[in-house]
Design a protein around this ligand. Sequence first.
Ligand code: DQA
Length: 145
Amino acid sequence: MKICIINGPNLQLLGKRETAIYGKSSLNDLKNTLIEKSKTHNKNINLDFFQSNHEGEIVDKLAEIFNKKYDGIIINPAAFTHTSVAVYDALKAVDIPAVEVHLSNIHNREEFRKRSLTAGACKGQICGFGVKGYELALEALLEII
Ligand code: DQA
């Protein structure tokens, strides 16, 4: 089973960036946590991690996912959540179950963060639980797939 984890802009700075909001775990910590979590399931789960600060690269990655026949997507589009019709369209196009994750609770922050364009192309959204949200997303995907 192949699952792709996509992280958007500025998430390479996780653990250093606004730690009061996003926590102290790095992107690498997140990766290791998810790998460990995947091993607790006897399902031969293959995780592919991708991070980009560029909208087009995320769209390209989603197209690649389509071609390589992944089973599920966990995506934190970061700032593109609130702006990107292109990422929304790409998620719709691939038509593979996706779960949107946000480390912070986007609903109790600035007004502009409350609207997610991309969540409408996902099975659901998990936000406000930090790195744990990615683990919950993996659980949700395994239920769906
Ligand atoms: C974020 C929330 C977004 O509003 C923000 O632009 C991010 C991170 C989160 O994980 O909480 O970069 O997606």
